[in-house]
Write a protein that binds this ligand. Structure first.
Ligand SMILES: [Zn+2]
Length: 201
């Protein structure tokens, strides 16, 4: 970083550059914006960042993001707890919830199995899911992992673990292009995929 800036300003620019989609020019622009902002405005931003790290935890049941021990969805009595929709990331819960077509609860895996990237089943919340399916009165598990190789592999691995249970296993499929992600699918596509889910087991 250029010596024309003070050490503190360089530090802020360096941190901003680490954000996705922020190049050196944007980082400089943001840093100067923050520098010029009213102290209260800048501190509100700093506090919002600190709060996200301090207050947001994982739901004890489904591992979705939550500020309480249980997330809004797990604590909602109108949800059908016998249907568990399995997703890779909290962002996928948001995409599916936006369709308004989901009355189920979720289980957030925290990613997908990818041995080449060093992500093994034990790194995800798969064992917690199996416990949940065995101990709760679960009728159907809906696999909503991404429709790509890693997501398909993860869905198949989980369905093999649940083979000896009486749980019906389905997979969101129709309407979702192969190789795409839940996060970026349109609401219409996701709704079609929810309605047209196919049985895996
Ligand atoms: Zn939850």
């Amino acid at each position: 970083m250029s010596n024309v800036y003070t050490k503190t300003l360089n530090k802020l620019i360096d941190e901003l550059k680490k954000l996705p989609g922020i190049g050196p020019k944007s980082a400089e622009r943001l840093a100067f914006h923050i520098l010029k902002a009213e102290p209260a405005e800048a501190m509100t931003l700093a506090k919002a960042i600190a709060d996200v790290k301090n207050k947001i935890k994982r739901c004890k049941i489904c591992y979705n993001l939550s500020e309480e021990p249980l997330c809004n969805i797990c604590s909602d009595n109108r949800r059908d707890k016998s249907l568990i929709c399995i997703v890779e990331q909290p962002k996928d819960v948001i995409a599916l919830e936006k369709t308004g077509a989901c009355k189920w609860v979720y289980h957030v895996l925290g990613g997908h199995i990818a041995p080449l990237e060093g992500i093994e089943p034990a790194d995800l919340t798969i064992d917690k899911l199996v416990d949940r399916v065995r101990s709760d009165n679960v009728k159907e598990v809906i696999m909503a992992t991404n429709p790509n190789i890693a997501g398909d592999g993860t869905a198949l691995y989980i369905s093999s673990l649940l083979k000896n249970t009486n749980v019906k296993i389905t997979r969101l499929a129709r309407g979702l292009p192969t190789g795409s992600t839940i996060e970026y699918a349109s609401g219409k596509m996701l709704t079609d995929a929810i309605i047209g889910r196919q049985q895996l087991k």
